[in-house]
Design a protein around this ligand. Sequence first.
Ligand code: PHE
Length: 357
Amino acid sequence: MSDSSTMLDAVAYVAEAQAVLEAATSLLSIDDVESNFLGKKSGLALAHRTLGQLDPEQRKTYGAVLYGIRQELEGLIAGRREVVAEIERSAALKADQLDLTEVIPGLVSTVVRRGHQHLISQTQAELEDVFVGMGFTVADGPEVETDWFNFEALNIPPAHPARGMWDTFYLELGDPETVVLRTHTSPVQIHLMEEAVAQNALPIHAVMPGRCFRRDTPDARHLHTFHQIEGLVIDEAIAFTDLAGVIQTFTTAYFGPDISSRLRPAFFPFTEPSAEFEITCTICHGGGCRTCSQTGWIELGGCGMVDPAVLSAVGIDPERYQGFAFGFGIDRCAQMRHQIADMRALVENDLRFIEQF
Ligand code: PHE
């Protein structure tokens, strides 16, 4: 029979455990506290083993005291675990954080730079403005075309030698060589004329800007992916002089009075007569340079009177209606207007170039 002096001092036991717990700053050290104060070799476990030697009344009281200690310690340990777990979690998160400004100094710039429209888009908008000012509407059409729109309806039958004028990208959709990336914006003429016929909405006075594609090797004056703006007028009593007047008015409006333009006889299957439209090279002012291949002139595009065969192909009566069409390079216009010696600069995305415009 043990006397009360060997009994566990509940208050002291709990106070000691509490002090050690508070000093524990890791989950592992809390495990230690738990086994030291609640485990098989703990003072509590030892005290438990003495219960058997007590008389029933004492056993009951002392048993309840020991149970109370266990309960209280379990609560304290669980509480401390939560606190320490939270501390450990935020420490781990903090350690995992990657401060990019430390890794790559200067990566996060404090200057917010403002973007702007690319020169090609600006040029397209300016060209549209010029033509809208002359009474044209603006339309667009698909970049992927069937052979019929890109060639056949434009009076270029299959295997016609004139197809060699356009090195074509073919898409592998359906029958071979039937679907193309449009090589010019002229197929939009066909779309507009077909719509106008279907809706009985002639005349047409429209410009059609858009992206075109050719299997060309890029050089100072060519890109394989480039932009054209097409013009189409279909009306009654339209003559070549109307076309020449529009080209002249456009040149002066866009390039200014110092730039001369000229029309040279040319051939396009969908216009008759046809002409090439050139302006003075703005890089050398006509003296001859690499950009203009020493000619002093830069070809902007082609034009002519719409061939009656094209009108017939879309169901317009060529006896009643005539028209003219033109198509020229938007990128080429930007190049000449801003004296860009090499057109490839437009698509190289060098900020030092882009920011100049
Ligand atoms: N589509 C022609 C080309 O890209 C240009 C053109 C348009 C010529 C309209 C005449 C009429 O080469």
